[in-house]
Ligand binder design. Structure first.
Ligand SMILES: Cc1ncc(COP(=O)(O)O)c(C=O)c1O
Length: 389
């Protein structure tokens, strides 16, 4: 069923106040998430955080949330760890390898620090070498993949790349990379910050080993909740960097002689107590998206992003970098205009996009709750910026 946009915009009210074109940083919070968080807070206030049935209820929310993320990512429930954000998941994947000196980690020059910095820090500690593949914002997916493939050697232990680049918006063909890195005995860790909720993801079919995603961007959840897919075959041999009771089998498989048994599912990468109202809020948002239907969401994002790209390309003085048919991001520049100042000026006009640096660009996100009127506001805003400049 197509999405009823008027209803959706009432369900995510921040989309009514401005042209909300920045899911890539933070999507609008859904009404359902906000209500679930408020209800959970109220329960904690009124009933306390302990007492008969309270612990069981919160366990049930975590279990349902893992299932909802599993459905989103094409995974099984036992392959999902709840995390705090994408960066958390990338750290778990990157630090989870047994590196030997001379091992290599392959990544690209367009990664977000959330995926890149764990690689740099871990490589420094373990004496591994980082190969940063130079990628241009104008490179399409196959070109980027070819560059990554050329950098994979017999020493590659891990490839850490984004499914959708936060700078160029390009979708990387992951399967080919997975095939090549597996052939040399390495693994593939994917930063899914700009893909989860924007394009269909089937982690199994993509053949990836780790897939990290946030809740607060395209999934319209609260801050502080994300998920990490760990392919079942990798769960046992991925090292636990942080550990606690939650990371153990049955939550208590340890003794004072130094014995312990890690959990058998991806839950072994969860550690201890988290902010439970956020989990309830995240679950409420994912249920909302499921009611709308992921297929309808992705279809709408594709259509609107194509429209945004065409609209921006037609403005004299605007250069669009993102190739056609990608995810929900469109990267562009206005000739001679500083992106930071342009983004700030557009914000004053109620058009919420962002600038990124190195290379310096403007980036618009078009999501399922947007419509042509938002793109039109962006167009008029850009024309105003050009006039004023
Ligand atoms: C590609 C990419 N990776 C990671 C992040 C960081 O996200 P999080 O705060 O969920 O760790 C972002 C956020 O903008 C991103 O675009």
């Amino acid at each position: 069923m197509p999405i009823d946009i008027a209803t959706v915009r009432r369900e995510a009210p921040a989309t009514q106040a401005n042209a909300y074109l920045n899911a890539g940083t933070n999507g609008p919070l859904s009404r359902y998430a906000a209500e679930a968080i408020a209800a959970a807070n109220q329960n904690q206030l009124a009933d306390g955080r302990i007492g008969p049935g309270i612990y069981e209820k919160s366990l049930a929310i975590s279990t349902e949330l893992r299932s909802a993320f599993a459905r989103l990512l094409g995974a099984d429930d036992d392959e999902i760890a709840l995390t705090h954000h994408t960066t958390d998941g990338m750290n778990i994947a990157v630090w989870g390898q047994k590196y030997r000196e001379m091992d290599e980690i392959v990544t690209t020059s367009l990664e977000h620090p959330g995926g890149l910095v764990p690689v740099l820090v871990a490589a420094k500690r373990f004496g591994a070498t980082v190969r940063v593949v130079p990628v241009e914002v104008s490179d399409d997916g196959p070109t980027t993949a070819a560059k990554v493939l050329a950098a994979i050697t017999a020493r590659t232990r891990l490839v850490a790349v984004s499914h959708v680049s936060w700078k160029s918006g390009v979708v990387l063909p992951l399967h080919e990379i997975a095939e090549r890195v597996h052939a040399v005995g390495g693994l593939l860790a994917v930063d899914g910050a700009q893909s989860a909720g924007a394009i269909a993801i089937d982690a199994r079919a993509l053949d990836v080993d780790y897939y990290a995603c946030p809740g607060q961007k395209w999934l319209c959840g609260p801050d502080g909740v994300g998920a990490l897919y760990v392919r079942r075959e990798r769960i046992a041999d991925t090292q636990q960097t942080f550990a606690g009771g939650r990371a153990l089998r049955d939550g208590n498989a340890w003794d004072n002689s130094g014995n312990y048994l890690p959990g058998t599912t991806a839950q072994r990468f969860e550690v201890a107590t988290v902010y439970k109202p956020a989990l309830a809020g995240m679950l409420a948002s994912l249920r909302w998206l499921e009611r709308l239907g992921y297929a309808a969401i992705y279809e709408r994002i594709q259509a609107l992003t194509a429209h945004c790209r065409e609209t921006l390309s037609a403005i004299p003085g605007v250069t669009v970098y993102t190739p056609a048919a990608q995810a929900g991001l469109t990267s562009f520049n206005i000739d001679g205009v500083d992106p930071v100042q342009a983004s700030a000026r557009l914000g004053e006009m109620g058009v919420l996009i962002r600038s990124v640096s190195n290379p310096d660009l403007l980036r618009a996100s078009t999501s399922f709750y947007n419509d042509e009127s938002d793109v039109e506001k962006l167009r008029r805003g850009i024309e105003e910026v050009i006039r004023e400049w």
